[in-house]
Design a protein around this ligand. Structure first.
Ligand SMILES: *[C@@H]1O[C@H](CO)[C@@H](O)[C@H](O)[C@H]1NC(C)=O
Length: 486
């Protein structure tokens, strides 16, 4: 029997069912730039933001999350006294309760900017017992963090003494954490119920070890040895060109390999959290971001990532059902993702540096269609075909369950199709932005197009291209966006 990294205190027979029930998948959700598993802010710089969300959009995000089979949002709150936090929480908790969805607090201690941990207490006081707070395996309200910042174990002990929670922080910036060092456990072990690692989710800047779980495996083993649980991160990539940061941590096959590897972990994590910071899977609400720089590359209209959701739903179902690989789907599910400039593209304002220079780590980007699919039990009767710039770029025999890969691309349209034994295109990707050798956005835009499979043959939709560089007063362009009329 595969067991979770969480060591149950109950009898073996009872714990088997408890452990199955306990597995859950969350999405990090920013309450100071409210993007559903988005994140375009810098972890270390407090930036004034609108940070608001309409009540209707809070409900939409929750409905979308339920449709994906997510269990909860980890609500990232930096300054809990900021004017937009309480209204946003009110909308989210109200709709979550109505819809049977769960939420929990993730204290963004890096962005909080100091002050007492007890500043967050009003959130727990108002909502922990109001019916929508996610409970940890001990039945207590779960609380996570981004970072330990400069808070000490004693600070957390004091905070915990008046907040009876299930505490699953991200303390991965503390000395010895990724080594599961004895000294780390001596210092911090008494503070935590479980561990969540943030930075291990992506290859380092400039690295290509897509999907590598080595760091997580070490920390998880330490957690298991100390009777604690583990939450593992999952993310498509990390690209951020805003707030004085310009980095690329590889997308390519990171999420595909990581999903496959996570299912095979033994001991396994109890929870998965789909992360933000340079990635998003849900709606980008315009009221939630007032900053021009991220709006150049991350907009719902120009670079929606919702096409990845059906693939994530297959993973969520497999993870929660203790599967060691993706089961066959009921119908073909999948997506492609690719960036819209070539590695050889140079941008006209490169010499200005900063926002306009290539991101750190750009050299490990690739000119590829990155793809993953889950096929039904008759998967072997399908062929997965790729078309780039109108030419066949690859063809792969289908099989039941999960498969993924990369195909070299040329500029213009990128397209994946699932073709049955009779040669009919049953599913294909839809409209996406063209790949171009021209730097239309005036920045090295490494944010990918994410195109999900849709029923039918959509090869005739072509691709859309930027047609202008509409420079705003602050020097940023207004792209990517659809040209009017599309
Ligand atoms: C894909 O591109 C890479 C990098 O240019 C090259 O090394 C590789 O041979 C190409 N693969 C195919 C199948 O053309």
């Amino acid at each position: 029997m595969r067991v979770s990294g969480f060591l149950p205190l109950f009898s073996v027979a009872a714990s088997f069912f408890n452990v199955i029930d306990a597995r859950a998948v969350f999405a990090h959700y920013l309450v100071y730039i409210l993007f559903f598993s988005s994140g375009i802010e810098d972890a270390n710089i407090m930036v004034p933001q609108v940070g608001t969300i309409t009540d209707a959009h809070a409900l939409q995000d929750i409905n979308d999350a339920i449709a994906m089979n997510l269990d909860a949002f980890a609500l990232n709150v930096a300054d809990p006294s900021a004017s937009y936090v309480a209204p946003a929480l009110s909308s989210l908790f109200s709709h979550a309760k109505d819809r049977g969805f769960k939420l929990f607090l993730s204290m963004d201690l890096s962005a909080k900017g100091g002050g007492a941990l007890s500043d967050y207490d009003y959130i727990l006081n108002d909502y922990a017992t109001a019916g929508a707070w996610f409970a940890g395996p001990n039945g207590k309200p779960m609380v996570s963090t981004f970072s330990a910042a400069a808070y000490t174990p004693a600070d957390f002990q004091t905070w915990r003494a008046s907040n009876d929670v299930y505490f699953m922080p991200d303390f991965d910036g503390t000395a010895g954490y990724y080594d599961a060092a004895d000294a780390w456990w001596t210092a911090w072990g008494g503070v935590v119920d479980g561990l969540f690692s943030w930075e291990s989710t992506w290859p380092n800047v400039g690295a290509t070890n897509d999907g590598d779980l080595t760091l997580d495996t070490t920390v998880l083993a330490g957690a298991v040895a100390h009777g604690k649980s583990y939450m593992i991160g999952l993310s498509l990539l990390q690209y951020k060109d805003a707030y004085s940061t310009n980095i690329y941590r590889r997308g390519e096959l990171t999420i595909a390999k990581r999903m496959e590897n996570i299912l095979q972990m033994n001991p396994a994590p109890l929870y998965v959290e789909i992360q933000t910071w340079g990635h998003y899977i849900g709606n980008l609400w315009t009221e939630a971001n007032s900053d021009a720089q991220p709006a150049v590359y991350a907009t719902q209209r120009g670079a929606s990532h919702t096409g990845i959701q059906p693939l994530l739903t297959q993973f969520i179902s497999a993870f929660k059902n203790l599967k060691t690989s993706f089961p066959a789907s009921t119908s073909p599910v999948g997506a492609i993702w690719y960036k819209t400039i070539l590695q050889s593209t140079t941008c006209p304002d490169n010499s200005l540096g900063g926002f306009y220079s290539a991101p750190s780590g750009a050299s490990v980007g690739s000119d590829t269609i990155n793809w993953a699919v889950v096929l039904p039990t008759n998967g072997a009767s399908y062929t997965i075909q790729f078309v780039s710039n109108g030419a066949v770029a690859g063809s792969v025999a289908g099989k039941a369950g999960f498969q993924y890969g990369v195909v070299n691309l040329s500029a213009n349209q990128q397209f994946m199709k699932i073709v049955d034994a009779a040669g009919t295109v049953q599913y294909s990707t839809g409209l996406g932005r063209c790949v171009s050798a021209t730097c239309w956005d005036d920045i090295y835009n490494y944010n990918p197009q994410v195109l999900g499979l849709e029923q039918g043959d959509h090869s005739s939709v072509g691709c859309w291209q930027m047609t202008q560089q509409a420079r705003a007063a602050n020097g940023a362009t207004d792209g990517p966006f659809y040209p009017s009329g599309i």
